[in-house]
Design a binder for this molecule. Structure first.
Ligand code: 0X9
Ligand code: ZN
Length: 887
């Protein structure tokens, strides 16, 4: 035994020496950032799933080789000797060291600043297709220290914003593990491929027109910034538990593994309570701000439809993929147990199709890789029931730059397939896929016919006989009544793969470009997803449609409106006089127009045509967001608003998820009904914060509406809205948590009066004022305003006040305080002194005389899209000034 150990150690020493030389060569080539602190890669042999699970929880496992029964672990240089002495079978293999040269942070990866800049540039390049979203804060953002001041958590929501909700959602996220450097690149490449393809690539076009695609490029920006310095940081940067190595090593670092921190089956297999270990699960379920924000963001977009033990309905929409590195796997739940989930067959069918695109090894996470608990995919599937996948992309954490294009090329088609099936992933993957769909069918004369061909492949992943195919023109094939059957080229649908063909007539199609959709089914009638291609109808010379977009009420031209003509997908932006001209083929066309602050409008006309008028109706100034979990509050509010003749848009969170910033900022006043014990999620707070910072006016109502501390809105309250208890110091701890009812009060008799007394013990400071009183003289709410933001926080909803007339007059008082809902106006640095202030206001007032009670800042909009906010923009909004306030 002794002899064997000595021989082993001698071999280890040689291998280690070779590897450390390689490492120093690598770091000499790239002096900054630093190469990571040294470690050894060792093969540890395991004999059972339980032993594998223990090793995963305790060490930094890079690879699992199930066939040979070992894991590849990154460990301190003295680990091989120690483990061997303890009787563990270990091996150091030169191949592992060569496969993973200890490299510094590769130069091609730009870091968080670059990732965020790329996201921002996509958002500004494709404003009609991208909505940038702030869904929370990172740990360092809330606890800044010498390591940095953290970041906001950011996402892009892709999809044609002119199309109505609800739409199926594909949620893609990357980089929850910081060192997995290739993953943000894949996410960005995927977003870019769709956006760049819009209008030219038929599939990208229909995917963006009919679905929503969320892309989180990095879910762990704090950790990524540590990795940028050359460290193999995996976790977030919460260093409040335990004292870990600094600088961090790959096997000893502070932080919580965010992929062990989710609140479904938290703290089970494959996670550890050792705070410096790579799989540290944190102090509790979803203890980390990044996890909370992510869960709230997902839960706000995808309803929790799953019932434990009950298989999901096959028509369930939506889907999630979390990108990780590395190992080339497609994994699905469960991770926390080796038992199959109630939807295992469905998850497997989807997963195998992904693998058909990227060529990876596919299987349930726990039995294919190793057990993990608290990961994103277990939580997403476990709570919402939608299919959730981990893609382990590439072959290393600090993947060499030259490999990235290949990884993108393999995975973008798999991700596009995820978007393609998001409408009903469980059912669409029971049907066959199509191949050989032509990118373009060319052109056909109006009134003739054309041929379409493709291949139905029942065997792309699972077996199945191709049973049929159909095509549709301009409407997706799933739209009832649109399908035109195609036939098997060999006359019979009887094999797994069938070439299909059909002759379609162009009669009735207008000249110009049309989309042709195709799909196939198996012999049991399961339809697969759709593919699309273009067809151009010719035979008419182009002619013009010109006209104007105007305000339906005032007739004022609307510059900067987007005009889209279908079926040609031709687009233009209206000029300063609201005019547009588009060259289209002769025939019937639908002209849709979109403008900030207006509901979309459309007219249909025959080309050529001039003087076409598209009249847009101004959105009401008030958005009433019904986020009351009990659903009881809205009726009193809608009745009171109607009683005041005050138009409003009603938005039910239960039906369409939370409104995002882009929705909120089209409104002058947002009334948010939090309801009984409602909690404002991080994502909701971030949207409201952005709205307020853009000059929004908010009325937040509800009993014990809680604004959890640490969220964006509590920051706003804590700095700007203070309350004091008589005789004590300013108490801001109540703010943002249990704002109006944080005091212990007895709830004898009439509940609402007892609650209403609570605010009376607070004295508002810093400009906050009591706004209204209950009939018994008790203060019922607080108000705060500065030069752009105005907030009323209402301890009780109107719903608790007796009498329709009283409710109406209380609401009127609050609306008057919030300000004249003067429409969707614009806020700008008119004098370009770098701030929006009273000087700007004076300029605006000089241009358009407005009563001082109506003088409000205008929200930030470059309405004429000339890259600056200027007098032209002000001219556009001038029509909104001086509107009558509710009296
Ligand atoms: O351990 C993880 O979190 C993932 N591997 S990684 O190397 N990127 O760290 C795998 C997670 C797989 N999911 C489940 N097992 N549920
Ligand atoms: Zn990972």
């Amino acid at each position: 035994m002794k002899n064997k150990n000595t021989r082993l150690l001698a071999r280890l020493a040689v291998v280690l020496a070779v590897w450390l030389v390689l490492a120093s060569v690598a770091s000499a080539q790239k002096p900054t950032p630093q190469a990571p602190p040294p470690f050894v890669l060792i093969r540890i042999y395991y004999s059972s799933q339980a032993e594998l699970q223990r090793i995963v929880a305790e060490s930094d496992v890079w690879e699992v080789n199930r066939a040979q029964g070992y894991v590849l672990v990154a460990a301190p240089p003295d680990a091989p000797e120690k483990l061997a002495k303890a009787g563990q079978k270990v091996e150091v293999n030169i191949k592992d060291a060569l496969a993973h040269p200890l490299s510094a942070y590769p130069a091609c990866y730009g870091g968080v600043d670059s990732l965020y800049a790329q996201m921002a540039s996509l958002a500004s390049a494709y404003p009609a297709l991208v909505e940038p979203v702030d869904y929370g804060a990172s740990w360092l953002r809330l606890h800044p220290d010498s390591r940095g001041s953290g970041d906001r958590l950011q996402a892009l929501i892709l999809g044609n914003r002119a199309v109505a909700e609800p739409r199926a959602l594909f949620f893609l996220m990357a980089n929850i593990h910081a060192r997995e450097l290739a993953t943000p690149e894949v996410a960005l490449a995927f977003a870019r491929s769709l956006l760049q393809g819009y209008g030219t690539d038929a599939d990208a076009t229909w995917l963006l027109d009919t679905q929503r695609i969320v892309v989180i490029v990095t879910a762990n920006p704090d950790g990524h910034r540590v990795a940028e310095q050359g460290y193999y940081q995996r976790k977030n940067t919460n260093n409040t538990v335990g004292t870990c190595a600094n600088p961090p090593t790959t096997f000893n670092q502070s932080g919580v593994d965010l992929n062990r921190n989710h609140s479904y089956q938290w703290g089970g297999a494959g996670a550890t309570s050792s705070s410096c270990a790579q799989t540290y699960h944190g102090v509790g379920p979803a203890s980390e701000i990044e996890t909370q924000a992510l869960q709230e963001f997902i839960a706000g977009l995808i309803p929790s439809r799953r019932v434990e033990g009950v298989p999901m309905p096959t028509d369930t929409p939506d889907m999630l993929v979390s990108l990780h590195s590395y190992g080339e796997y497609v994994l699905w739940p469960w991770g926390y147990t080796t038992e199959p989930s109630t939807d295992d067959a469905g998850l497997q069918a989807i997963g195998r199709r992904f693998a058909a695109f990227n060529g990876y090894t596919a299987g349930p996470a726990s039995t294919t890789l190793y057990d993990t608990s608290g990961d994103t995919t277990d939580w997403t599937y476990g709570v919402t029931g939608v299919p959730a996948y981990t893609f382990e992309v590439g072959t290393d954490f600090f993947q060499p730059c030259g490999d990235v294009p290949g990884i993108i090329a393999k995975n973008v088609p798999a991700l596009r397939y995820a978007a393609r099936i998001a409408r009903a992933p469980y059912s669409l993957t029971q049907g066959p896929d199509l191949t050989n769909v032509p990118g373009n069918l060319g052109s056909a004369l109006a009134g003739t016919s054309f041929t379409v061909t493709a291949t139905v492949s029942g065997t792309v992943a699972l077996s199945g006989i191709a049973g049929g195919a159909e095509a549709s023109i301009d409407q997706p094939t799933w739209t009832p009544g649109t399908g035109i059957p195609l036939s098997a080229t060999d006359g019979q649908f009887d094999t797994a793969v069938e070439n299909v063909t059909g002759t379609l007539t162009t009669t009735g199609l207008t000249p110009g470009r049309h989309m042709v959709f195709l799909r196939g089914r198996d012999t049991s009638g399961h339809w697969g997803p759709v593919w699309a291609t273009w067809l151009t109808i010719t035979g008419n010379t182009p002619s013009a449609i010109s006209g104007k977009v105007v305000d339906a009420t005032t007739g004022t031209p609307i510059p900067g409106a987007q005009v889209v003509i279908s079926p040609d997908a031709t687009a233009a932006t209206t000029a300063a006089d609201g005019g547009f001209t588009l060259s289209v083929p002769a025939g019937a066309h639908t002209i849709r127009a979109l403008a900030v602050g207006y509901a979309p409008g459309q007219v249909t006309t025959n080309a050529p045509a001039s003087n076409v008028t598209v009249a847009l109706t101004h959105l009401p100034c008030i958005l009433l967001v019904d986020a009351d979990p009990s659903g009881r509050a809205a009726a009193s509010w809608t009745a009171a608003l109607n009683g005041l003749n005050q138009p409003f848009t009603l938005w039910r969170v239960a039906d369409r998820s939370s409104p995002l910033l882009n929705t909120l900022r089209d409104y002058g006043i947002v009334i948010w009904l939090g309801g009984e014990n409602g909690v404002l999620s991080e994502a909701q707070q971030a949207a409201l914060e952005g709205y307020l910072d853009g000059g929004g006016h908010l009325l937040l109502s509800g009993n014990r509406v809680s604004v959890p501390s640490g969220g964006p809105l509590s920051r706003f309250f804590a700095t700007d809205l203070h309350v004091t208890s008589p005789g004590t110091a300013t108490d801001t701890s109540l703010i943002g948590q249990d704002f109006l009812t944080g005091q212990s009060i007895s709830l004898a008799g009439s509940d609402h009066l007892a609650y209403a007394q609570a605010p009376a013990v607070f004295t508002p400071t810093n400009g906050a004022a009591t706004v209204w009183q209950y009939p018994n003289g008790v203060t019922g709410g607080l108000a705060y305003g500065d030069d752009k933001r105005r907030v009323v926080v209402l301890g009780l909803g109107l719903e608790t006040v007796d009498g329709a007339a009283t409710r109406q007059s209380l609401l009127n008082a609050m609306l008057r305080w919030l300000g004249c809902p003067g429409g969707c106006v614009l806020q700008g640095d008119v004098n370009r002194d770098g701030k929006v202030d009273a000087a700007d206001m004076a300029l605006v007032s000089a241009l358009w005389p407005v009563a001082s009670s109506n003088a409000r800042y205008i929200r930030h909009r470059d309405l004429d899209s000339n890259g600056r906010i200027d007098v032209v923009d002000l001219a556009i909004i001038s029509r909104d000034w001086g509107k009558t306030c509710p009296q």
